[in-house]
Each structure stands twice: as structure tokens, then as C-alpha cells.
Design a protein around this ligand. Structure first.
Ligand code: FES
Length: 119
């Protein structure tokens, strides 16, 4: 039995053109928001930490912030860190691999130190 992280095959790479978001569900039941920021594919939790709106229904800005369109919270898509209130807790960030034109997402979020919240 390997300790290597488990990855789930969740989407085709061509479903994620530059600047788009895509909501997917992992085998664990976790909702994940895939993004394509300037050609880099990544994955964060799809549930806004403010009041649970879906981040994949939000907007990915050119500066790499992901905006929840319910109350306007913003998160750094690369780190999950809060960039604008009213959210105060970061989004989880999931590891991503691209293989054979498919997007694979790790079923366990990355461990990250707590990020400071803007005042
Ligand atoms: S639910 Fe996202 S900002 Fe309120």
C-alpha cells in the first residue's frame, strides 16, 4: 500500500479554457472549483467560506483573485488566502496533475500555514 496521494480524474483539460471556472465533485464528496489562470490549472474548495455560495459560479480576475459573486469576497486562487472581506477563512487548495489531456485532483487538500487576513 502506497502513501502517495490519491488523485481523481475529474475533467477534460479542454473543458477549462483560459479564465474559466469549473465545479466538480471528488469521490470524497468534496466540491472543488477548477480554474485556468493564464494557462495554469489549479483547484480550490468550491464552497465560499463566508456563506457557502459556489465559487465556480464566481469570477476569476486577471490578477488571480477568485471572487464570490454573492457578497464579493475574494480569494487568491493559488493559495486560497482571503484577499477581500466578508470572508475570513481561506479556501482549501487541492493538488492538481495534468495527464493525457485530463485534469486530476488530489482528494486531500494541501497542508498550508494559516494566511493573514487583510484588515
Ligand atoms: S457567500 Fe461568498 S461572499 Fe458571501
Amino acid at each position: 500500500m502506497s502513501d502517495a496521494p490519491q488523485f481523481a480524474n475529474v475533467a477534460a483539460l479542454d473543458q477549462l479554457s483560459v479564465g474559466t471556472l469549473l465545479g466538480v465533485t471528488l469521490p470524497t464528496g468534496a466540491a472543488v472549483c477548477l480554474y485556468n489562470h493564464r494557462g495554469t490549472i489549479g483547484a480550490v474548495g468550491d464552497v465560499c467560506t463566508h456563506a457557502a455560495f459556489l465559487m465556480s459560479d464566481g469570477v476569476l480576475h486577471a490578477d488571480g483573485t477568485l471572487e464570490c459573486v454573492w457578497h464579493g469576497a475574494r480569494f487568491d486562487c493559488r493559495t486560497g488566502a482571503v484577499r477581500r472581506h466578508p470572508a475570513s477563512a481561506p479556501l482549501p487548495v487541492y493538488p492538481v496533475r495534468i495527464e493525457d489531456g485530463r485534469v486530476l485532483v488530489g482528494v486531500t487538500p494541501e497542508e498550508r500555514p494559516p494566511a493573514p487576513v487583510p484588515s
